[in-house]
Design a protein around this ligand. Structure first.
Ligand code: PCA
Length: 215
């Protein structure tokens, strides 16, 4: 049976939970069409998160990898287009490290594109009533570093694997702790990620649909 690895990240920056892990956990061991989802939690720690991700890929031999993370302030499920080879941490990670302007991989390429069908995913989610969009930047913190590490591993060692990164919004429970933060219910988020997996399994080449940004 096809395995789909879905990762979430532990809580960070004073939040008690991280919806990315709540989603991954909810999907763990469930079936999507002919595939089974395996979930893993990753630490919000530079370097270590990428080591654990690579170990999980080697242990589970997935056909697809969906790395998830929380993007506080985002209003919709954000399918990331590109990972860049830089860390510029605004806050320390959960081990107290705060790299500034260092590469994720020394001498690695400047950037990698997601190999998920990002437009098809956005289209499918919108059709199902789940707010979604393509994001042109995964930031310069832990999630971009994880996304870059994932795509670098795929490019160097596992070209048969398709993978990418999806940022998810805050849940209402977390938003209630921070006035003014937009949120999306965890059930809608779980539905969205499940549908992203189903769409990817069914899509070999991406849709040609405009989802760009002027700024
Ligand atoms: N989001 C942060 C790090 C961990 C997470 O879930 C980010 O977007 O970098």
């Amino acid at each position: 049976m096809t395995t789909v690895l879905v990762t979430g990240i532990e809580p960070f920056e004073s939040d008690p939970t991280n919806p990315s892990w709540d989603i991954a956990q909810a999907l763990d061991s469930t079936q999507v069409d002919s595939a089974v989802i395996v979930a893993r939690q990753l630490p919000c720690v530079f370097g270590l998160a990428n080591e654990i991700l690579v170990d999980a890929i080697e242990a589970t031999s997935p056909a697809l990898v969906f790395a998830l993370g929380l993007a506080t302030g985002r209003t919709e499920i954000s399918v990331e287009r590109v990972a860049i080879n830089v860390i510029d941490a605004r806050i320390p990670d959960n081990a107290g490290n705060q790299p500034v302007d260092t590469p994720v991989v020394a001498d690695g390429p400047t950037a990698y594109f997601s190999t998920l069908p990002i437009k098809a995913i956005v289209h499918a989610l919108r059709e199902a009533g789940v707010p979604a969009g393509v994001s042109q930047s995964a930031g310069t913190y832990n999630c971009n570093h994880l996304f870059y590490g994932l795509m670098h591993h795929i490019a160097m060692r596992a070209p048969q694997v398709r993978g990418g990164f999806i940022h998810v919004p805050t849940t209402p429970e977390l938003a209630a702790r921070h006035a003014g933060r937009p949120s999306l219910s965890i059930d809608t988020q779980i539905k969205g990620i499940r549908l992203a997996v189903r769409t990817t399994l069914a899509t070999q080449s991406d849709l040609k649909m405009s989802a760009g940004a002027v700024h």
